[in-house]
Design a protein around this ligand. Structure first.
Ligand SMILES: Nc1ncnc2c1ncn2[C@@H]1O[C@H](COP(=O)(O)OP(=O)(O)OP(=O)(O)O)[C@@H](O)[C@H]1O
Length: 443
C-alpha cells in the first residue's frame, strides 16, 4: 500500500446568490481525482492555471475540507481524523508554497520561523530547537548563520531554501510542493529543484509536486498526473508519458515547453479557446471544446483541422459572437481597401463571409456537411445563433461531447481518459474505436 493516496477526491465550492446565499450552482474545482505516492517517490500534478491543482493540494491535506472522496495516509483515513489526529498529520505532511516571501513573517528571523513548527509540536528545549534549525539550514545549502537574518535580506531562491528547511525540520513523511519554483528566476529554478531531489532522497520523502510547467515535472517527477478542469486525464511514469503521450491535452502541454531544437518539438498541436469555467464544465470529455483531436462523426468526410474549426464556431454560438462588431470591423477594413463600400448598408452576404473568415472555415468536401455550415452561417447572419448551434450539433455530432471517456489502462501504471487512445488509422477504425469506447462508458 502507498504511503499516501487519494481516491475520487472532490472539492466543490457553492455558488451563491442574494442575501440568503441560496446555492445556485457549484464550482467543481476538483472533481474526483485519484492518485497515490510512495516514500522516495515524486509524483507530479500538472495542468494549466485554473485547472484545480492548488485546490487539490490544500484539499488533500485537509487545509480545506474536501467535499468528497477518500484520503489515505499510512493506512488511515484522513477524512475521519479527529482534531488531535489532524495535528499529528500536519506534522507528518508538510506543504511548501509558490511565494517564499509571503510564507515568512517579515518581523521574525529566519531561525525563529524555522524552529516555530518544532515549538508548536511540543519541543520545549530551546537549545535543541536551535541546533536542529542550524543543521537544517546547512542541509538546504544556506549555512547556520542565516538563522539570524530576516526575510527581506534573502533572495527569492534563498527564501525558498529556508521554506524547505522549515517544512523538513519536523521530519515529515510527505511534502506537497505547490509551484515551488514558479516565482523564482529561471536560473535559480534548477538549483531549487535539484535541492528538492536531494532532500527527498535524504529524508526518504513522498513528494507531491504541483506545477503548470511540464519542464519542471520532467526534471523531478517519477510519475505524473495531468489535470484538466478538475479531472485527471492522463497518468503514468514521467518518461513514458513524455515519450508517448496518450491524451491530446498532454500533447498540447508538451508543445508549450520551450524547445530550441525544432526537431525535438512536439507535433505543434495548438490549443484554441479559453479554459471553460469549472462551474459549468463541458459535457462528455471536458477537453472537447478545445481538443485539436476532437473526434469527427464517422459518417462525415471532414479533416481534423476543418472539424476543429466547425467545433470552435459551435462553441461560440451561445450568443457569444457579436455579429455587428464583426461586420463593422470587416466593413472598416473594406473601406480602407476601397471607397466602394458605403457605410451602414452591409449585406447579408458580407456577414456570412465575415463569420466564415473569422473562424477560418474552409469549404467542406462533404456536400451535406458543407450545406449545414452554409445554412448555419445564414442563420448567424440573421441573428439566430441558437438555430445555428442546433443545426451544427445535429450535423456534426461527436462522441467526445456525448460521452465521458473513462480513465482506462494503457500500459504499466498508465491510464488515460480519451476515446482516441487506441492507435487509429482509418476513419472506419476510428468510428469502431469510438463505438467500443462509448459502449464501455455506458456500462
Ligand atoms: N474559494 C473558492 N471559491 C470559489 N471558486 C474557487 C475558490 N478557490 C478556487 N476556485 C476556483 O476553482 C478553480 C481551480 O482553482 P485552483 O486555484 O485550484 O487552480 P490552479 O490549477 O491551482 O490554478 P493556479 O495555478 O492559477 O492557482 C478556479 O476556477 C478557481 O476560480
Amino acid at each position: 500500500m502507498s504511503l499516501f493516496s487519494v481516491t475520487g477526491l472532490e472539492k466543490h465550492y457553492p455558488l451563491t446568490q442574494g442575501v440568503l446565499k441560496r446555492e445556485v450552482g457549484r464550482v467543481r474545482a476538483v472533481d474526483g481525482i485519484s492518485f497515490d505516492v510512495d516514500r522516495g517517490e515524486t509524483v507530479g500534478v500538472v495542468g494549466e492555471s485554473g485547472c484545480g491543482k492548488s485546490t487539490a493540494a490544500t484539499s488533500m491535506l485537509r487545509l480545506e475540507e474536501p467535499t468528497g472522496g477518500s484520503i489515505q495516509f499510512d493506512g488511515e483515513e484522513v477524512t475521519d481524523y479527529s482534531k488531535a489526529d489532524l495535528k499529528a498529520f500536519r506534522r507528518r505532511a508538510q506543504m511548501v508554497f509558490q511565494d517564499p516571501t509571503s510564507s515568512f513573517d517579515p518581523r521574525m528571523s529566519i531561525g525563529d520561523s524555522i524552529e516555530e513548527p518544532l515549538r508548536i509540536h511540543g519541543m520545549r528545549d530551546r537549545k535543541r530547537r536551535r541546533r536542529i534549525t542550524e543543521d537544517m539550514l546547512e542541509r538546504v545549502g544556506l549555512g547556520a548563520e542565516v538563522a539570524d537574518r530576516y526575510p527581506h535580506e534573502l533572495s527569492g531562491g534563498m527564501k525558498q531554501r529556508a521554506a524547505l528547511a522549515r517544512a523538513l525540520v519536523v521530519n515529515p513523511d510527505l511534502l506537497v510542493a505547490d509551484e515551488p519554483v514558479s516565482a523564482l528566476d529561471v536560473s535559480v529554478q534548477a538549483e531549487i529543484l535539484a535541492l528538492l531531489e536531494d532532500l527527498q532522497a535524504e529524508f526518504d520523502l513522498a513528494v507531491v509536486l504541483i506545477s503548470h510547467d511540464m519542464g519542471v515535472v520532467r526534471q523531478v517527477c517519477d510519475r505524473v498526473n495531468v489535470m484538466y478542469l478538475g479531472e485527471v486525464v492522463e497518468q503514468g511514469p514521467t518518461e513514458a508519458v513524455f515519450d508517448d503521450p496518450q491524451h491530446p491535452y498532454t500533447e498540447a502541454l508538451m508543445a508549450s515547453i520551450p524547445q530550441p531544437d525544432p526537431r525535438l518539438r512536439g507535433e505543434g498541436v495548438e490549443l484554441t479557446g479559453d479554459v471553460p469555467s469549472p462551474s459549468n464544465p463541458p459535457s462528455g470529455c471536458r477537453f472537447h471544446t478545445r481538443c485539436p483531436k476532437v473526434i469527427p462523426p464517422a459518417d462525415v468526410d471532414i479533416d481534423q483541422t476543418a472539424f476543429r474549426r466547425v467545433m470552435d464556431l459551435r462553441s461560440r454560438l451561445r450568443g457569444e459572437i457579436d455579429v455587428d462588431a464583426l461586420r463593422e470591423r470587416h466593413e472598416a477594413e473594406q473601406r480602407e481597401v476601397s471607397d466602394r463600400a458605403s457605410g451602414g448598408t452591409a449585406s447579408h452576404e458580407t456577414t456570412v463571409a465575415t463569420v466564415r473568415e473569422e473562424f477560418d472555415l474552409p469549404d467542406l468536401r462533404d456536400p451535406e456537411a458543407d450545406r449545414a455550415v452554409r445554412e448555419a452561417l445564414e442563420e448567424i447572419a440573421r441573428g439566430d445563433q441558437d438555430a445555428a448551434r442546433e443545426r451544427l450539433a445535429t450535423a456534426f455530432p461527436t462522441v467526445c461531447e456525448r460521452h465521458d471517456p473513462p480513465l482506462e489502462r494503457v500500459g504499466e501504471r498508465r491510464t488515460t481518459a480519451c476515446f482516441r487512445h487506441e492507435a487509429v488509422e482509418s476513419p472506419e477504425d476510428r468510428s469502431h474505436a469510438s463505438v467500443e469506447a462509448v459502449d464501455r462508458s455506458d456500462d
